[in-house]
Design a protein around this ligand. Structure first.
Ligand SMILES: NC(=O)c1ccc[n+]([C@@H]2O[C@H](COP(=O)([O-])OP(=O)(O)OC[C@H]3O[C@@H](n4cnc5c(N)ncnc54)[C@H](OP(=O)(O)O)[C@@H]3O)[C@@H](O)[C@H]2O)c1
Length: 226
């Protein structure tokens, strides 16, 4: 198995708010990062910002298609309006890989109202588009970018949904590497809840004038029974 420290993460649309924050956290943890973009120069600038902040060359900028082709695990951070077209264009490059879908199917202008796509969720739509050759895992939709570029602990947990237990485990490791608490939240069908929660959190931010509202799983873990 490949060592976690040398895995290459391809962040598709990684020049934006959420993608650049995740890229920074994973680069800091020792992953190799490819920031993907529709524009090479924009990707290179975003990668350079990460490298300069960390003082080492851990991130490279490439076109999305090269990022998708060269990465071990892909992470999709584009607006929902670009979700289908981006996935259709990258489908061939992603076969055999895990795709972490961070997309929230927001429907502007009322982004605080939950929008459920016809497929059931954005990530189920991704699975339909990409086919069974790609393991789609939905995660990080509730983590506001406002926290990711800071070095403080993020006051929000990560719900990880996907149909492959092994793929969910890989993404739980990514959450831990980003200094986040992840929870195995079951099959991809459950991602509708995580995606929908983001609209609820956006509404709470707006109504209570909060910055980066999040969620925590509470409860007491029982000791194992022999
Ligand atoms: N922002 C947050 O706090 C947050 C939190 C949780 C989840 N999310 C979700 O994460 C995703 C990204 O959010 P964001 O705030 O980072 O978005 P963003 O900054 O608006 O956009 C991210 C990147 O997507 C690419 N993009 C924009 N329009 C595109 C198009 N028409 N076709 C292809 N690529 C396009 C752009 O990259 P290039 O121009 O370089 O190609 C852009 O830098 C969204 O689905 C959002 O709901 C965001």
């Amino acid at each position: 198995m490949t060592d976690r420290l040398i895995l290459t993460l391809g962040i598709l649309g990684g020049t934006g708010k959420e993608g650049s924050g995740l890229a920074y956290r994973w680069a800091k943890a020792g992953y190799h990062i490819i920031i993907g973009s529709r524009t090479l120069e924009k990707a290179q600038r975003a990668a350079q910002a990460v490298n300069e902040r960390l003082g080492r060359e851990v991130a490279a900028g490439m076109l999305n298609e090269d990022a998708a082709r060269l990465c071990d695990i892909a992470v999709l951070t584009v607006p929902y309006s670009a979700h289908r077209a981006t996935l259709e264009a990258l489908k061939d490059k992603l076969q055999g890989k895990v795709l972490v879908d961070v997309t929230v199917p927001l429907k502007p202008p009322e982004v605080w109202v939950v929008n459920v796509p016809e497929a059931g969720s954005a990530s189920m739509e991704a699975q339909q588009i990409l086919g069974e050759g790609v393991q789609v895992v939905a995660a990080f939709q509730n983590i506001s970018h406002e926290h990711l570029l800071d070095d403080h602990p993020v006051p929000c947990d990560v719900l990880v949904c996907g149909n492959s237990e092994a793929a969910r485990e890989q993404v739980l490791q990514l959450a831990a590497a980003a200094d986040l608490t992840g929870w195995d939240a079951g099959p991809l069908q459950n991602a509708v809840v995580a995606e929908g929660l983001t609209s609820v959190l956006i509404g709470i931010n707006r109504r209570y004038k909060m910055r980066g509202a999040g969620i925590r799983i509470t409860g007491e873990q029982q000791p194992p029974v022999d």
